[in-house]
Ligand binder design. Structure first.
Ligand SMILES: C[S@@+](CC[C@H](N)C(=O)[O-])C[C@H]1O[C@@H](n2cnc3c(N)ncnc32)[C@H](O)[C@@H]1O
Length: 230
């Protein structure tokens, strides 16, 4: 596991996840989760069984469960501490519709699932075949034409404005009230993340994994959201 992914095993990182995590760093985070629910419902039944890949922290599962009272979920995540946090965040209100499994998409049952999400996970994997393998493992577990919601942070490391984009990322998090020291650590981790790729690369990966009819449904600074059909 790379150093970047090791954060999710770190107790102090995990305890700060809800304060310093996606809602503070990603513009429009709660709106993206709401859009995810709407787009899944557009393309799947009211009682859809949803595979949540990288379910640690529980934020998307809770938001989707709140929006759709008959959706059921299987969440997978390899980091036990992040799964523990997911259990707390999902809480007793929704726990009867949620199963959580320690592992990656490869460890999930074959389903087939009516929908899947992969939110802020793909960018953690190096582009050495691991990203492709993750998307394929997800698609293999989905019904034909079931919707995938993919959300990722994308930056082109070779672009002339790469440093300026990192500064923008840091400014946004500071404006959200994140401690400047935490922001600096996050900026350094992002700059060093071997999984960081340009958004066009993710679109190629989506197609190469066999997904069809994809569209971009969200752009927020360096973040992108795609809807794609299995
Ligand atoms: C940035 S967090 C995002 C969590 C959640 N999806 C959210 O949006 O709040 C990334 C999560 O992906 C998990 N993860 C890392 N590698 C993974 C893999 N190969 N398959 C599934 N999850 C993975 C990490 O353990 C971590 O919990």
């Amino acid at each position: 596991m790379s150093d970047f992914r090791a954060h999710f095993e770190d107790a102090s990182f995990v305890s700060g996840y809800l304060r310093h995590g996606p809602p503070a760093f990603m513009p429009g985070h709660s709106g993206v989760l709401q859009m995810a629910g709407v787009l899944i419902r557009e393309n799947a039944s009211p009682d859809a069984h949803v595979l949540v890949v990288g379910a640690g922290g529980g934020l998307e599962t809770r938001a989707l469960a709140q929006l759709e009272p008959h959706f059921r979920f299987l969440g997978v995540d390899p980091a036990p501490r992040m799964l523990e946090l997911a259990r707390e965040v999902i809480g007793p209100e929704f726990s009867d519709r949620v199963d959580l499994l320690e592992g990656t998409a490869d460890d999930a049952p074959l389903g087939p699932f009516d929908a899947a999400t992969c939110i802020l996970v793909l960018g953690l994997l190096p582009d050495d075949g691991s990203k492709h393998a993750l998307l394929q493992a997800i698609r293999r577990r989905m019904k034909p034409r079931a919707p995938l919601i993919l959300v990722d942070q994308c930056l082109d490391k070779a672009a002339a404005d790469f440093e300026a984009r990192l500064d923008r990322y840091a400014s946004y998090a500071r404006a959200s009230g994140v401690d400047p020291q935490v922001v600096e650590q996050a900026r350094a981790a992002l700059a060093a993340n071997p999984g960081l790729v340009a958004s066009e690369r993710n679109e190629t990966l989506i197609e190469e994994a066999g997904f069809r009819d994809w569209e971009v449904f969200y752009v927020g600074m360096a973040w992108r959201g795609w809807l794609a059909l299995a």
